[in-house]
Design a binder for this molecule. Structure first.
Ligand code: OTU
Length: 650
C-alpha cells in the first residue's frame, strides 16, 4: 500500500543506503521492500513509535534486510522467485516430514548425509533437524538454550556442513527445516554474559530487575512451564546481582522484545539461516514473545505483531522461506499464529496442530472418537495459504491441550478426564498397557503432561515383554491408525524419527547427569540402526510398521485430494467410535477420498446411507487404497475392523 508518511521515510532510507547498495542487483529487493514497507513501518511504529530513536532503529532494520539480501546466493534468490510463482507449493500432498536429532539419528551433520537413503526409502522429503546451534554442554535443553546463534555446535559439525547438507537436500528435493529459538538465549550467550558484567545495553536485551517487586507482580498471573524442573519465572543471577526472567529453565533468559534492537538481531539471525539454505524455519515458543504485567504473558497481541514483522521482513529478503509456529497453546489460539483477519498467512505459514495431536491421544485412551469428533469440528478455520503440521509424537511431552468445552460436550468433566488420560498413559489405569511418564506435574493446577515414545505409549513395550501376539497386533495397528490420520487430515505430516520402526522408551538418559531430571529424554534415544535393518525382514515388528508407513506415504503423495486446500469435510456419523471425513481434489471434484477410522477394539459398522448424498457408495462398495481391497456394503453398512482405518475411493 502507498502511504505518504512511510513512503517518504522509505525514500530517505533508500537515499542513505544508495551508495552501499548500488552495485548489487536489487530490483527484486526494492520491489518487495516497497510492497511491504507500509506494513513494516506501521507495525514497527505500533511497537516502538514512542521511542526517541525510532527512526534510527527503522534505518538499522532496513540496513539489515539489505545486507542479508546482498549476501543471498543466486541459487536461493532463484528459488525465491520460483516459489513466488508457484505460491501454493507447500500445500501439496507431496510433502512428508520427519524430525530428528543429527547426533542421535546419525553421527552429526556429515553423518546425516549417509543416512539420507533411509529417509528416502520411507518417503521423507522434509527434514527437521532438531536444534544444532552452539549450546553449553550441560544446560542446553536439548539445543533450545543457544549460546551462539551463528555457530553450529562443534559436536555436530561446522556451519559449512549445513550449507553442504542444504545443497545435497535441494538436489534430492528434500526441504530443510531449522530451528530459530526466538524467545530466549542461554545464560552463557554473549549478550547474557555482557549483561552479567553490568553492561546496561545488554541488560536491556532481557527482563532484568533489581528486586522482587516487579517479578512478584508478574508471577501473580504467569503460569509455570517447567514446574518441577524449574519452578517460577525468574532467576537470581549472582554475578549480575539482579533477577532475570526465565520462563523455561533457569538458564534460559527470556529476550526482551520491548527493545527493538532485540527484534533486529533476531531478524538478522533468521535471515542468516535463510541464507545458509534453510527452506523453513521453526520458530520456537512463539506464544511467549511478549511479556506484559497482569497477563499470562502468552498469546499477547504484541507477540502477533512481532511475528507479522518477522514475516514481512523475511519476505523482503528471503520470500521463499516459510515459518513454522511452535505455539502449543489452546485450540482457539493456535490458528491465530497464521495471522488474524487475513486471507494468506501473515505470520507463520505452518503451525503445529497440537490440538489434533492431543485429540488423537484421547481417542487412543478412550477407544472412541467422541472428543476427537468434537475437537476436529471446533478446529478454527485455517487461512487459504497456510497449513497444519500434523504429528503424533515429537521431542516434547504430550500436553492434553484440547478445549474444556469440547470435553464437557463429550460428557466428560475436563479435570477428571485429563486425570484419566494421564493415569492411562502412565500405566496407572487398570489394564492400561501404556508406559508413559508424568512430565511437569503441577500440584497447584493439577496439570500434568506425558513423556514417552509412541510405541511404548500405545502398549508395544508391554506387549513385547509379555510376548502377547494380540497385544502386539493392537499396538502396531494403533501406530498405523494414528499415522493414517496425520497423513490424510490435511497439512504436512511430521513423523518422529524412531516411530517408523517402533522405537521403545529408553532409560539411557538416567545415566546422564545433565538429562536425568528431564524425562522427555526417554523418547529421544539414539536411533538403533540394527533394529532399523529389521525393517527388511518380513514378520518383524519393524517390517510391519515401516512397510505399512512407507506404503501410506507413497499413497498420500499420489492422492491429490490430500493436498491442503480447505478440502476436508467432517461427516456426522451415529457411531461414536468412528472418525469419518472426506477429502476432495479442488481441481477435479471427482477425485474424492473417504477417510474412515475406527478407534475401538471391536469391529464397528459405518452406515453408508447418509454418505450417498456426498457421492459415496453409489455402487456395491468402495476400494480401500491402503490394502487395495474391495470393501463391500452389507445391510447398508461397511464394517471397519478394530483399530483400523480405510482410505476409500471409487
Ligand atoms: C519448546 O517447547 C521446545 O519444543 C522445547 O523442547 C523447549 O524445552 C522449550 O520450547 C523451550 O525452548 O514453548 O510453545 O510442554 O511443549 O515448552 C510451546 C513443553 C513451547 C513444550 C513447550 C514448548
Amino acid at each position: 500500500m502507498y502511504e505518504q508518511v512511510s513512503h517518504s521515510m522509505l525514500n530517505e532510507i533508500l537515499a542513505e543506503l544508495k551508495a552501499e547498495v548500488e552495485s548489487h542487483q536489487l530490483r527484486h529487493f526494492y520491489t518487495r521492500l516497497g510492497a511491504n514497507f507500509y506494513a513494516i513501518h506501521s507495525l514497527f511504529r505500533l511497537l516502538y513509535g514512542d521511542r526517541p530513536d525510532f527512526k534510527e532503529q527503522m534505518v538499522s532494520l532496513v540496513e539489515t534486510l539489505a545486507a542479508r539480501y546482498i549476501e543471498r546466493e543466486p541459487s536461493l534468490r532463484k528459488s525465491d522467485l520460483a516459489r513466488e510463482k508457484d505460491y501454493n507449493w507447500f500445500l501439496s500432498q507431496k510433502w512428508v516430514g520427519m524430525a530428528l536429532y543429527c547426533d542421535r539419528f546419525a553421527d552429526g551433520l556429515k553423518g546425516l548425509r549417509s543416512r539420507l537413503p533411509y529417509l528416502q526409502d520411507l518417503g521423507i522429503n522434509m527434514l527437521h533437524i532438531m536444534p544444532i546451534l552452539d549450546c553449553p554442554p550441560g544446560n542446553s535443553d536439548g539445543g533450545y538454550a543457544v549460546r551462539d546463534f551463528r555457530r553450529v555446535n562443534s559436536r555436530y559439525g561446522a556451519t559449512e556442513d549445513i550449507v553442504e547438507l542444504a545443497a545435497t537436500l535441494r538436489k534430492r528435493d528434500i526441504l530443510l527445516v531449522l530451528d530459530v529459538v526466538v524467545n530466549h538465549t542461554s545464560n552463557e550467550h554473549e549478550w547474557a554474559q555482557k549483561a552479567r558484567k553490568g553492561e546496561k545495553k545488554y541488560q536491556d536485551y532481557y527482563y532484568v530487575f533489581d528486586n522482587r517487586d516487579i517479578p512478584d507482580i508478574y508471577e501473580e498471573t504467569m503460569p509455570e512451564i517447567f514446574p518441577v524442573n524449574s519452578p517460577g519465572n525468574f532467576t537470581w543471577d549472582e554475578e549480575m546481582g539482579k533477577w532475570v526472567m526465565t520462563v523455561f529453565n533457569s538458564y534460559q533468559w527470556d529476550l526482551n522484545y520491548h527493545n527493538p534492537a532485540v527484534l533486529i538481531e533476531m531478524i538478522d539471525i533468521i535471515l542468516f539461516w535463510a541464507n545458509k539454505g534453510a527452506d523453513i524455519l521453526r520458530l520456537d515458543a512463539v506464544a511467549f514473545l511478549w511479556k506484559k504485567i497482569g497477563s499470562t504473558c502468552q498469546n499477547e497481541r504484541e507477540a502477533h505483531l512481532l511475528l507479522q514483522l518477522l514475516k514481512d521482513c523475511c519476505q523482503v529478503t528471503a520470500p521463499g522461506v516459510l515459518f513454522i509456529a511452535e505455539a502449543i497453546v489452546a485450540p482457539g489460539e493456535i490458528a491465530k499464529y497464521f495471522g488474524e483477519d487475513a486471507i494468506n498467512a501473515k505470520e507463520c505459514e505452518i503451525a503445529y496442530n497440537a490440538t489434533f495431536m492431543s485429540l488423537l491421544w484421547d481417542a487412543v485412551a478412550t477407544k472412541n472418537a467422541l472428543l476427537l469428533n468434537r475437537g476436529v469440528r471446533s478446529l478454527p478455520d485455517k487461512l487459504e495459504r497456510a497449513t497444519w503440521l500434523n504429528y503424533v509424537r515429537c521431542h516434547d511431552d504430550i500436553g492434553l491441550g484440547f478445549s474444556d468445552d469440547d470435553a464437557r460436550l463429550s460428557g466428560y468433566d475436563p479435570f477428571r478426564h485429563r486425570r484419566f488420560l494421564v493415569d492411562y498413559f502412565t500405566g496407572k489405569f487398570p489394564g492400561s498397557p501404556a508406559r508413559g511418564l508424568p512430565f511437569g506435574d503441577n500440584p497447584k493446577t493439577g496439570d500434568t503432561r506425558i513423556s514417552g515414545s509412541l510405541a511404548s505409549l500405545v502398549g508395544l513395550e508391554t506387549a513385547l515383554e509379555r510376548n502377547d501376539k494380540e497385544a502386539i497386533d493392537a499396538a502396531i495397528k494403533t501406530i498405523l491408525l494414528m499415522h493414517g490420520m496425520i497423513l490424510s487430515f490435511g497439512g504436512i505430516p511430521l513423523l518422529y524419527y524412531g516411530d517408523a520402526i517402533g522405537t521403545l522408551n529408553s532409560a539411557a538418559y538416567l545415566e546422564d547427569q545433565t538429562k536425568r531430571h528431564d524425562n522427555r529424554w526417554v523418547h529421544r534415544s539414539h536411533f538403533d540402526w540394527v533394529k532399523a535393518e529389521k525393517r527388511h525382514q518380513p514378520g518383524t515388528v519393524e517390517h510391519r510398521i515401516f512397510s505399512a508407513l512407507k506404503r501410506m506415504i507413497a499413497l498420500r503423495k499420489e492422492t491429490t485430494a490430500f493436498a491442503d486446500f480447505d478440502n476436508r469435510q467432517l461427516l456426522a456419523v451415529d457411531n461414536p467410535n468412528l472418525l469419518v471425513f472426506f477429502r476432495s481434489d479442488q481441481q477435479n471434484c471427482r477425485n474424492k477420498i473417504l477417510v474412515a477410522a475406527n478407534f475401538n477394539i471391536e469391529p464397528q459398522s459405518l452406515h453408508v446411507g447418509a454418505l450417498r448424498s456426498y457421492g459415496f457408495f453409489l455402487q456395491d462398495g468402495m476400494k480401500d487404497l491402503c490394502s487395495c481391497t474391495h470393501i463391500p456394503v452389507g445391510n447398508d453398512a461397511i464394517v471397519i475392523p478394530p483399530l483400523s482405518f480405510y482410505w476409500l475411493a471409487d
